[in-house]
Write a protein that binds this ligand. Structure first.
Ligand code: TPP
Length: 285
């Protein structure tokens, strides 16, 4: 089968992003990092940055840039890795992750110069800011889109639903939200902690609801995001995206221990070996 060049390019970048994320998290030593949450949304962050969004790292305040809000801010390794790959953050800054006075904080801290649009990490708070940004764009007649990634556990936060209702009332069709459904949150599976029917709730809130069966498949994510971009439905759009927490690192996949932790030298080497293997297998295809 003929390969889609854009998809292959995004996959190359996603591979480098996973490596950079592991390097960042490992360099934080005993401080540790949220590996699992970043790895589940890595492919959608990469697809947004390298297949969908309009932005210019040389002009970070360009008014017509698309906006990105990582509402599940604890997954910042994925965000920083994309900003490194996009050219906002120098790769040399990797060892500064979680360091004193570093811009690479354990949760994103607003710094538009480096591509960080919104501070996030207190769950529930990034999403309403994204709704506000989309509403402001409508009021000002600006044509850019606002993209936001929310966690499935994060959807337990009441503020999500207040903002979602308001976004639907205001017909914010320039707002595209991906819910990262990796089925886990911090202290258990999402169904153990708080079982909710995401499809029914988003529909009831008045949103257009779409689904991605494999959110770690760049091709599928890109296809749906392109469809949504072309959509003329006058509603905000939410894409319920199934992913694997810890995707790409054998011992982290679906393993709650790696929600947030440090990794030792042996685990670091195993992670790099897993990434080397996946890259070699992809090149063989
Ligand atoms: C308001 C608030 N409450 C609790 C936390 C602690 N916390 C950090 S991550 C997390 C779980 C988030 O789960 P989910 O949204 O499913 O994201 P995932 O880690 O699975 O990607 C929690 C409860 C927080 N950051 N903010």
């Amino acid at each position: 089968m003929e390969k889609n060049l854009l998809v292959e390019e995004i996959k190359d970048k996603t591979e480098r992003m996973r490596r950079d994320a592991i390097e960042m998290g490992f360099s934080a030593g005993s401080e540790g990092a949220h590996f699992g949450p970043a790895l589940s949304c890595m492919d959608m962050v990469a697809t947004l940055f390298f297949g969908v969004m309009n932005y210019d790292p040389d002009n970070p305040e360009m008014p017509e840039r698309d906006r990105f809000v990582l509402s599940k801010g604890h997954a910042c390794l994925a965000y920083y890795a994309a900003l490194i790959e996009a050219g906002y953050i120098p790769r040399e800054m990797i060892p500064q992750f979680k360091g004193n006075n570093s811009i690479l904080c354990g949760h994103p801290s607003k710094n538009v110069q480096y591509g960080i649009e919104v501070s996030s990490g207190s769950l529930g708070n990034g999403f309403p800011v994204a709704c506000g940004m989309a509403k402001a764009a409508k009021f000002k007649g600006e044509a850019h889109q606002v993209y936001c990634i929310v966690g499935d556990g994060e959807c337990n936060e009441g503020i999500i639903w207040e903002a979602a209702l308001n976004a639907a009332k205001n017909k914010l069709d320039n707002l595209i939200v991906l819910v990262d459904i990796n089925n886990f949150q911090l202290s258990g599976t999402t169904s153990e902690v708080m079982p909710i029917n995401l499809d029914a709730l988003w529909r009831a809130a008045g949103w257009e609801v779409l689904h991605i069966e494999d959110g770690n498949n760049v091709e599928e994510v890109l296809q749906i995001l392109n469809e949504v971009k072309e959509s003329d439905i006058e509603k905000p759009h939410v894409i319920l995206t199934k992913t694997v927490k810890g995707k790409g690192i054998s011992y982290m996949e679906n393993n709650l221990k790696f929600h947030a932790t440090s990794i030792n030298e042996e685990q670091y080497r195993q992670a790099i070996a897993d990434l080397d293997k996946a890259e070699a297998e992809r090149k063989e295809q």
